[in-house]
Design a protein around this ligand. Structure first.
Ligand code: F6R
Length: 346
């Protein structure tokens, strides 16, 4: 498959996902200006719960990764119905659903209201927006028309702003501006016009060569590894594995054996401020798994601040999954089976 043949993209990407991805930095810049109305009044909650599913949970994963070393308050991501028992009156629930129609998130909002927890909704519409409007809950109204997983800037950055507003900042304005700048630069480096030889995402897609991607992050990038997996599954319709160091050193490492591991491609997500003990673990993992693996790739975060480092890695994964979709001849936009699940459960 020649990913430098630009005719492929017009043929195989009828919904022009390439343009949505190319505009990701612009989306993030616009997202920085979006605010909740009315404003969130709960000052310094003792627990923050990001309630959402997959594409709309990914913003919560990024918040949690930014918060981990900064906030004394836990930020947890809840993927499912209801809420964890710990989410009581002092909690802030960020209900995140791009469509506003996701049953699990609507159920989390009901649970939060029943328990007297503060709720803020981040959505482009649907029943979540209706509920928020009817109850005068803080609502960030997002522009519509995207696939939820492609609206990550909208789902992440206004939620970070809400946290800052309640006294729990997870990133400085400078860190957020840096992230937007880096994404802008990367758009030129990763898009379809950039040839394979100079395009990291195309190279990673070619390196997979039909093997199952197994993506590992470190302590701060575990959520990004999971995001790569879900993008590969939803955009490219291929199965993928995701895990994190150090945990995988204690279990999955045993599965990296010949001949079975020949069907897997090991992908390591590296962060610049990895503690030395994690860097050593990546090196040992590579040494032990590479001889058995079908292939090995590494992708390195860019930037100084945590938002840039996380979003730069996520962005490579978005383009990678796009190129795998195009190479396989599947539409990177539609998710017919996911739609069918939702239709049957309505
Ligand atoms: C579809 C997608 C999904 C959705 C998930 C929840 O593009 O990305 O992972 O994010 O089905 O739906 P929303 O985001 O509308 O709450």
């Amino acid at each position: 498959m020649n990913l430098d043949d630009t005719r492929l993209f017009a043929e195989r990407d009828p919904h022009r996902v390439r343009e949505v991805l190319a505009a990701f930095a612009t989306q993030c810049r616009e997202a920085l200006a979006l605010v909740a109305e009315p404003v969130v009044r709960r000052a310094r909650p003792t627990l923050v719960v990001g309630a959402g599913m997959v594409g709309s949970a990914a913003g919560g994963d990024l918040l949690a990764a930014c918060a981990a070393e900064q906030l004394a308050v836990p930020v947890v991501v809840h993927r499912g119905y209801g809420l964890p028992a710990a989410a009581g009156k002092q909690a802030l629930v960020l209900a995140s659903s791009y469509s506003g129609e996701t049953a699990e998130v609507l159920s989390s909002v009901e649970a939060a209201l029943a328990r007297g927890a503060a709720v803020a909704a981040v959505t482009s519409g649907g029943r979540l927006a209706e509920m928020a409007t009817a109850r005068r809950l803080p609502l960030v109204r997002l522009p519509g028309g995207l696939m939820p997983r492609m609206a990550l800037g909208y789902l992440f950055l206004p939620a970070a702003r809400i946290l800052a507003r309640v006294g729990l900042p997870v990133a400085s304005a400078g860190d957020l501006a840096e992230a937007v700048e880096i994404l802008k630069t990367m758009a030129g480096e990763l898009g379809p016009e950039r040839p394979v030889a100079a395009n990291e995402a195309k190279r990673l897609a070619q390196a997979l060569d039909g093997r199952m991607p197994a993506i590992y992050g470190g302590p701060t990038t575990a959520g990004v590894a999971y995001r790569w997996k879900t993008d590969l599954e939803e955009n490219a319709k291929v199965m993928a594995l995701a895990g994190a160091l150090p945990e995988m050193n204690h279990n999955e490492i045993e599965a990296w054996r010949a001949p079975a591991a020949q069907t897997l491609h090991l992908t390591l997500l590296r962060d610049n401020d990895e503690p030395p003990e994690i860097a050593r673990r990546f090196a040992v993992l590579r040494d032990l798994a590479a001889p058995a693996a079908g292939g090995v790739s590494e992708c390195r975060a860019r930037g100084a601040g945590r938002p840039a480092r996380l979003l730069s890695l996520v962005y490579v994964g978005m383009w990678l999954s796009y190129y795998v979709a195009v190479a396989r001849g599947v539409d990177p936009w539609s998710v017919p089976l996911l739609d069918e699940v939702k239709r049957r459960l309505r």
